[in-house]
Design a binder for this molecule. Structure first.
Ligand code: SAM
Ligand code: SF4
Length: 475
């Protein structure tokens, strides 16, 4: 996406650090919550407006129980009204844990001499991807430490390799990346390998606090990391994911940082983040973290609701760092993607690599270790519509979240219909009979709701084609 002179009219702010910590704290300190204003702001969000920093501060500062309930109810309503009951599933695949950095919260940090360093060989990557396909996955995020070995050519190679693995009826249709920041040329190379989203978390948006947690390596440079997704945009990657590691600093500041990052991307590139992630810090080998800013479950639920309202068009990712119970609660406030069957040890998915898995430790502990099918079964029972859809990105319909959000009927016409088709594949190829039975009932009900938006008879014909052995049908 090109620089938008209309919006960046005052000065070109591309590649410029955009966080002013004093401005954010001024807003947080000086915004007095006002009952009517909070209600008006929620209404503005429900009218599909991205909130300003001042409006976000107003929601953050609203602490009366009834107002917090209104914020959560607003987020619930926004999800229901705009996105419906669809939840997209993915899995992380750790490619290598070599790392030159020293992030105090991470088990992969260079100073952790206990960690056994390992990069998967091509054969091992193929085994891992095949094992994930055998579970039913279609969307992966490849994760790497920061190391000269994981250069753009290597990342691009692993992406291509992942797409090539076809096990039975399985295939990976979308590969996202979570890796170190690159130069523009590097991002270009990785883009050419056909990635979906490039995700980089700022960890903390406070420049001074950032220095306290990042003791060495390239990651110590706050501004270089902050502007990494600008370089991705300059390289033509307009599908970027932002995030903060909650618990390093005051959660209220981090929510403001995420919104500031959003409006920077919008202003300079005319496109906001494709996804926002809000990982909470988890226990890890050699964790060096005093816990002063640990986020309670209650604040976590509120911050997810505030983010949903603040950036109503973006995808929101909730990972297996959180427990099943908390995921169940928080999902209703606007989460659109979750991982399932997650394992973080290098080589953990393929049985043939079990020995490897026993050798190395994961980057941090997870709290939801259920299999993909256990999660699918629960989603279906709770009348969520699980989806493995990858249609927009493959049809070149980029900015899909924005279309879902802004084009009336888009979700029913495309997203729900494709969710049904990808769920049908899953039920036939991977689900045990009990899950399949519930799944087909869910599909029947969902089809009824699509009448008037999509040709339901055509969806039914495609389901029959899937039953007859065709795969990868989408609108
Ligand atoms: N090395 C790259 C980087 O730092 O951006 C990418 C991979 S890193 C393995 C992915 C993310 O895991 C980090 O951005 C950080 O937010 C998160 N993470 C690290 N340690 C964590 C912990 N103890 N608990 C939860 N998340 C953690
Ligand atoms: Fe390395 Fe990333 Fe872990 Fe930091 S968070 S130590 S950069 S793997």
């Amino acid at each position: 996406m090109k620089f938008n002179p209309e919006k960046c009219r005052i000065k070109d702010e591309r590649m410029q650090p955009f966080i002013d910590a004093d401005e954010i704290w001024d807003l947080l300190h000086n915004t007095v919550p006002d009952r009517q204003k909070v209600k008006d702001i929620i209404a503005r969000s429900l009218d599909k407006n991205r909130l300003t920093l001042a409006e976000t501060a107003m929601l953050i500062n609203a602490t009366d129980t009834d107002l917090v309930e209104e914020i959560k109810e607003g987020a619930r309503e926004l999800k229901k009204r705009i996105y419906g009951n669809r939840i997209v599933l993915f899995a992380p695949l750790y490619i290598g844990n070599k790392c030159i950095n020293n992030c105090r919260y991470c088990g992969f940090r260079a100073s952790n001499k206990e960690a056994i360093r390992k990069t998967l060989s091509d054969e091992e990557i193929i085994s891992e991807v095949a094992a994930l396909e055998d579970n039913g996955h279609k969307r992966l995020i490849l994760v790497y430490g920061e190391h000269p070995e994981y250069d753009p050519d290597y990342i691009a190679h692993t992406v291509r390799l992942t797409y090539e693995v076809k096990k039975g009826r399985g295939e990976i249709r979308r590969v996202n990346i979570n890796a170190a920041p690159l130069e523009i040329e590097g991002f270009r190379k990785v883009k050419e390998s056909g990635i979906g989203t490039y995700q980089i978390f700022q960890e903390t948006y406070h420049p001074d606090v950032y220095k306290l947690y990042h003791l060495g390596g390239k990651k110590r440079d706050f501004a270089y990391r902050l502007t990494s997704l600008d370089r991705a945009q300059e390289a033509g990657i307009d599908d970027v994911g932002i995030g903060a590691l909650f618990g390093l600093y005051d959660w209220r500041f981090e929510v403001m940082g995420l919104v500031r990052h959003t409006n920077h991307l919008e202003a300079c590139y005319n496109v906001g983040p494709h996804t926002i992630s809000f990982p909470r810090i988890q226990d890890a080998s050699m964790l060096d973290f005093e816990g002063r800013y640990r986020v309670t479950d209650e604040d976590f639920a509120k911050l997810v609701a505030v983010l949903r309202l603040a950036v109503p068009y973006t995808g929101m990712i909730l990972t297996a760092r959180e427990s099943p119970a908390l995921r169940r609660e928080v999902m209703q406030y606007g989460v659109s993607q979750i991982d399932g069957g997650t394992k973080l040890e290098i080589g953990a998915y393929a049985e043939s690599l079990n020995e490897l898995q026993n050798l190395n430790k994961e980057q941090f502990m997870i709290n939801d270790s259920r299999s993909l099918n256990e999660i699918m079964d629960e989603l279906i029972s709770k009348e969520y519509l699980p989806s493995f859809c990858t249609a927009c990105y493959r049809l070149g319909r980029t900015g899909e979240h924005f279309m879902e959000f802004s084009v009336p009927g888009f979700i029913k016409r495309f997203c729900s219909s494709n969710a049904i088709l990808t769920l049908s594949e899953y039920l036939i190829d991977y689900a045990p009979p009990a899950t399949a039975e519930k799944g087909w009932k869910l599909i029947e009900g969902q089809l009824e709701q699509l009448r008037g938006f999509q040709d339901v008879d055509e969806i039914k014909r495609r389901i029959e084609r899937i039953k007859a052995g065709e795969r990868d049908l989408y609108f």
